[in-house]
Design a protein around this ligand. Structure first.
Ligand SMILES: Cc1cc2nc3c(=O)[nH]c(=O)nc-3n(C[C@H](O)[C@H](O)[C@H](O)COP(=O)(O)O)c2cc1C
Length: 223
């Protein structure tokens, strides 16, 4: 049982990566082997629209045909029993490299073919339980008013549609800077941010630990 975490945060050791580690700890507590991949360790490209994965008789088997440095990451994701993806909210959307990964991971698994009135599923009966963890400055109120449910939730919907199971966890009002006094960030109250970090972030970590556990159980059930 292998669970892979994909970090779409450029910053190591901050909110997104911390939550992903927790999710992997949860998965490991259920007996899974785990690995975390940092997308920002490499310059990666998104889908190039070659459509090799949509050509008649293609043998891509759900794997993006482009042989570049994204490929080993995609292979790991496709071979995993469960996957957890973490991204900061960047202007209402997953970060650029999270998008690049999602395009190249999910789109080759999407078939436009129909058999007996049913959309062909490239994964067949296989389900890859997945979770999307978003971290952001916004609190729950702004999450609603900024329509993040739609813009961020679209990724989770696509994961669900293609992989067969997806859940989403939002970590709000994150600590963004170590020292707010050195930043042009007067709209934030550093004390409120620090308090949130001390009281809510441990709860977020526990929730992500439980996500890791749940994904392993789902993966076992679906075998
Ligand atoms: C380019 C950029 C755009 C951002 N846009 C938003 C945004 O639209 N809404 C929001 O709530 N937070 C936004 N943020 C804040 C980050 O989502 C937040 O600080 C996140 O927790 C950072 O993740 P990290 O701690 O893993 O680096 C933005 C940050 C950056 C760098």
């Amino acid at each position: 049982m292998k669970v892979i975490a994909i970090s779409g945060s450029p910053r190591k050791g901050w909110n997104t990566e911390t939550l992903l580690h927790k999710a992997l700890e949860g998965a490991a507590s259920e007996g899974a082997e785990t690995e975390l991949v940092h997308l920002y360790d490499e310059p990666l490209k998104g889908c190039l629209e070659c459509y090799a994965c949509k050509r008649k008789g293609n043998h891509t088997d759900g794997l993006c045909a482009i042989r570049d440095n994204m490929r080993p990451i995609l292979e790991k994701a496709l071979n995993a029993d469960a996957i957890v993806i973490g991204s900061p909210n960047f202007l209402g959307y997953p970060s650029g490299l999270t998008r690049a990964f999602i395009e190249r991971f999910l789109y080759p698994l999407v078939s436009y073919e129909v058999h007996d009135g049913e959309r062909v599923r490239i994964l067949g009966d296989r389900i890859i339980p997945s979770a999307m963890i978003f971290t952001m400055n916004a609190n729950e109120y702004f999450y609603g008013t900024m329509h993040y449910e739609t813009t961020l939730g679209a990724t989770t919907m696509n994961l669900e549609a293609v992989l067969g199971y997806a859940e989403q966890y939002n970590c709000y009002n994150t600590l963004q800077f170590k020292d707010y006094s050195k930043m042009d960030a007067g709209m934030f109250d550093p004390e409120v941010k620090q308090k949130q970090h001390e009281t809510q972030f441990p709860i977020d970590q526990q929730k992500c630990f439980e996500i890791g556990q749940r994904l392993v159980r789902k993966a076992r059930e679906s075998k």
